[in-house]
Design a protein around this ligand. Structure first.
Ligand SMILES: CC(C)(COP(=O)(O)OP(=O)(O)OC[C@H]1O[C@@H](n2cnc3c(N)ncnc32)[C@H](O)[C@@H]1OP(=O)(O)O)[C@@H](O)C(=O)NCCC(=O)NCCS
Length: 431
């Protein structure tokens, strides 16, 4: 990555403007330019809006005129990272009007965003990328994958003791009725993954705006399916897991060939996951079950007796950008003892550039991260450090691509083990 002057300025005829609720029509108008859809702006205006206005910026001509670009960020106060949580800024709603593309507006907005992160003390920024080629140049590394599966009805699952002790409730999904229990189960499922190690990259919908948007279910988003339903599994009267889903009918000459579309699933243990999937895989008139945003180590994938019965597709999930290398590396735990020196290059945030010594004991706190003059064992762009940060990409794999330079081969194995994590990172929802 080449160095750029930071922060990059907007072209002279444009400036950044703070946006507020009064700008909602202009924001939605711009959104329909950057993410084309069929829903009229007037209808979109009636749907819950997920952004936090104090963190939302626009770009406009210096003489006024229409909104030409925007970005916002979600304030994740407790974003799960390996062994803990950190304040993370979730970059979102990034868009530039097609007429204003390729004038450096995105570049200036990213620098505005990174400056805000530094000022707010957020040492990490994360995002979902609309296109995978956009964000690497800005120091974001692809840090996690998710799996999309299509499973035939009645696919056999391995037995799990305790599964039969669950009862199942299937109801219309309703935020007033299910919101609290779903958010609680979601948080617990993330925290308990891996026997309490926790699943990195599994953020909670922390703001009321995000929750309202998550639960809204306008017909235009149903893609021909029914309204959202919830399947709750309980054991001894206590909720242990849920799936939010909808069914879509499809009647063919040969009979019903409907499909189930799972929006989000969370389970506290293997027995709950088994109970949940057994029921989802056996709904009348349905031929297939589609689920996405599953971690590569999700229980469903291991529960299938015939793993080839499921069609799978891997895609990138969360991207991570270290804003403050020392704060970020010191804010997670490590999966092995480590004492390694890493030369980091950051073409935008100069304070990150330099050689860092990272010392930690396996799974313990009190991680030491300090600048050093010692020779570096490994060298990489801040992007690769972001890719490895949640433990979902190994330094050995990055070294195999040449993106991590190995100056001391003896250091690679221990560092790679330490930076990995036994639970695969994933976010179960797109932010
Ligand atoms: C993607 C988008 C934000 C880029 O905005 P922009 O103002 O045109 O970007 P910039 O002019 O700052 O481009 C900066 C660099 O990124 C590159 N780039 C921009 N968009 C890219 C893309 N989709 N794929 C690959 N490279 C891209 C540019 O070529 C440029 O490269 P250079 O510095 O080598 O010349 C804009 O095209 C857009 O709004 N697209 C539709 C909505 C969208 O996808 N948003 C992202 C949501 S995650």
């Amino acid at each position: 990555m080449t160095s750029t002057s930071f922060p990059r300025a907007l072209p002279d005829d444009l400036h950044h403007v703070r946006l507020s609720a009064d700008d909602l029509p202009a924001v939605l108008e711009l959104d329909t330019w950057t993410f084309p859809g069929t829903v009229p702006v007037e209808e979109l205006a009636g749907w819950p809006f997920p952004l936090t206005w104090e963190r939302t910026w626009g770009v406009q001509g210096t003489g006024g005129g229409p909104l030409l670009a925007m970005h916002g960020s979600y304030p994740f106060g407790a974003f799960p990272v390996p062994g803990g949580t950190l304040a993370v800024s979730g970059l979102t709603w990034v868009g530039v009007h097609p007429q204003a593309r390729r004038r450096g507006i995105l570049s200036a907005m990213i620098d505005r965003h990174l400056t805000d992160c530094v000022e707010r003390g957020e040492s990490v920024s994360a995002l979902f990328a609309a296109e995978a080629a956009i964000y690497g140049r800005f120091g974001y590394g692809s840090a996690a994958d998710d799996v999309k599966v299509t499973v035939p009805r009645k696919a056999d699952l391995h037995d799990v003791p305790g599964s039969a002790e669950h009862t199942v409730r299937i109801e219309l999904a309703d935020q007033a009725r299910h919101g609290t229990i779903v958010e609680q189960l979601h948080r617990e499922a993330g925290a308990q993954a891996g026997g309490g190690l926790g699943r990195p990259g599994w953020p909670t919908r922390e703001t009321p705006e995000l929750q309202a948007a998550f639960w809204s279910d306008p017909p235009a988003w149903r893609n021909g399916g029914e309204s959202l339903r919830i399947l709750l599994v309980e054991r001894d009267g206590r909720p242990r897991g849920y799936a939010l889903f909808r069914r879509k009918s499809n009647w063919e000459d040969a009979g019903p060939r409907g499909s189930v579309h799972v929006r989000e699933v969370a389970a506290l243990d293997a027995a709950a996951a088994h109970a949940l999937w057994s029921r989802l895989l056996d709904l009348d008139h349905m031929a297939t079950v589609h689920a996405g945003l599953l971690a590569p180590d999700d229980a469903l994938l291991g529960l299938l007796v015939d793993s080839r019965a499921a069609q799978r597709r891997l895609t990138d999930n969360v991207w991570v950008r270290l804003v403050d290398v020392a704060g970020a590396l010191g804010g997670r735990r490590y999966a092995g003892d480590v004492d390694v020196t890493i030369a980091v290059h950051d073409g935008r945030l100069e304070a990150n550039t330099g050689t860092w010594r990272v010392r930690a004991r396996a799974f313990e706190g009190d991680v030491q991260v300090e600048r050093t003059q010692e020779p570096a064992a490994l060298a990489m762009d801040v992007r690769e450090l972001g890719a490895a940060y949640l433990g979902g990409r190994t330094l050995t794999a990055l070294a195999a691509t040449g993106l991590v330079e190995v100056r001391d081969p003896a250091a690679l194995a221990a560092a790679s083990t330490a930076f990995s994590w036994p639970v695969a990172p994933v976010s179960s929802w797109v932010f």
